[in-house]
Design a protein around this ligand. Structure first.
Ligand SMILES: Cc1cc2nc3c(=O)[nH]c(=O)nc-3n(C[C@H](O)[C@H](O)[C@H](O)COP(=O)(O)OP(=O)(O)OC[C@H]3O[C@@H](n4cnc5c(N)ncnc54)[C@H](O)[C@@H]3O)c2cc1C
Length: 313
């Protein structure tokens, strides 16, 4: 019995989330194969083949310039599913989309948003913005699941496993992706960054939010935001942290002008140290923060930046 790990996003992808997915797959106690998109001679497939615990890497050919539709990827997976007992992928937009198409085609109830694997059938996932952890038992013969990768550690390296190329099936596009718009490539990806700086309503305006960019760049951090900052149009939605945004797992999270609503905290449960700057001493963010600075962020941030710059020089 074998588990297939699908690495669904072949553009701008790093090895770390796939490594975490492999770790999750190994917890099912079965052999693990990985399927990725791209070309054999690209760096990412070569790196994937060295993830400890996998015994086969399949490649679905897709030149970097190409944009494969989710239904095409699900179409390529469908004939393979006879050989696999389980398919797991990341709980991202692409991962969820492909898992749901495939589950519908196989008449399986997918298990989504898994944060822990108890055994082959029993899983945990957060509900109600992370206030409760739900334990669920999958009754289907096959498992199709999406994983919150931040909850699983990456695996070590091994000698490269065999790599085989699949034949892409004829296109069956029902949804066409017109364009991928690249986000700021210079800053680390929010879901994988070691340091995240995030702003909320307290930042005050779009112009003031730009000042956070300078702070993020000073620390080599990713930039994030609360939902209010997104709703105000100060930053794009993909920077939203929380229940309906990105789940992050940085070593250091710095929250500026964010109250710490339960829906926001749902996204930072796996953060290491938390520093909060807020002018309200009663703000709920201070209940989860390791360090707090109480005051106007517009006054405190320049002081903090200067102190860090002095430290760095
Ligand atoms: C179904 C649902 C899903 C949601 N999903 C998410 C989600 O994924 N992510 C998310 O973030 N929210 C989410 N929300 C919204 C959430 O409930 C809060 O409304 C939101 O997180 C609040 O954002 P905020 O902290 O920026 O704003 P506020 O709650 O308004 O807090 C602003 C804070 O800034 C402080 N402040 C103001 N001025 C300054 C200053 N000059 N200096 C220092 N501090 C200052 C204030 O004291 C205050 O604590 C969701 C809500 C619902 C109902």
């Amino acid at each position: 019995m074998t588990t297939l790990v699908l690495a669904p996003d072949h553009k701008n992808q790093s090895i770390e989330p796939i490594s975490r997915l492999v770790n999750a797959a190994l917890k099912l106690g079965e052999e693990v194969h990985v399927l990725t998109l791209g070309a054999i001679d690209q760096a990412l497939p070569q790196a994937i083949s060295k993830l400890a615990g996998i015994t086969q890497l399949h490649i679905l050919p897709a030149p970097p310039s190409d944009v494969l539709g989710f239904d095409d990827i699900a179409g390529a997976l469908l004939p393979l599913m006879g050989e696999y007992q389980a398919l797991i992928t990341a709980h991202t937009g692409a991962g969820k989309h492909i898992a749901l198409i495939l589950a519908a085609q196989l008449s399986i109830a997918p298990v989504t948003g898994i944060s822990a694997i108890i055994d082959r059938q029993v899983f945990e996932r957060p509900i109600y913005a992370g206030s409760l952890i739900e334990q669920i038992c999958s009754q289907d013969d096959k498992l199709i699941a999406t994983i919150r990768t931040a909850n699983f550690e990456p695996v070590e390296e091994q000698r490269a496993c065999p790599i085989g190329e699949l034949t892409a099936p004829p296109s069956n596009k029902q949804i066409e992706i017109l364009e991928h718009i690249e986000t700021n490539e210079e800053r680390p990806d929010l879901s994988q960054a070691a340091i995240v700086i995030a702003g909320g309503r307290g930042v005050g305006s779009k112009e003031d939010f730009c000042k956070l960019e300078g702070f993020a760049d000073q620390l080599g951090a990713a930039l994030g935001a609360s939902r209010i900052a997104v709703d105000m149009g100060w930053v794009p939605h993909h920077l939203q942290i929380g229940q309906t945004g990105v789940q992050i797992a940085p070593d250091l999270y710095i929250a500026l002008g964010i109250s710490g609503a339960v829906q926001h905290l749902a996204g930072i449960k796996n953060a290491g140290k938390i520093i909060a700057i807020n002018k309200d001493v009663e703000a709920p963010i201070f209940k989860v923060a390791n360090y707090g600075m109480i005051g106007d962020l517009h006054a405190l941030l320049p002081q903090l930046q200067k102190a860090l710059a002095d430290e760095q020089s």
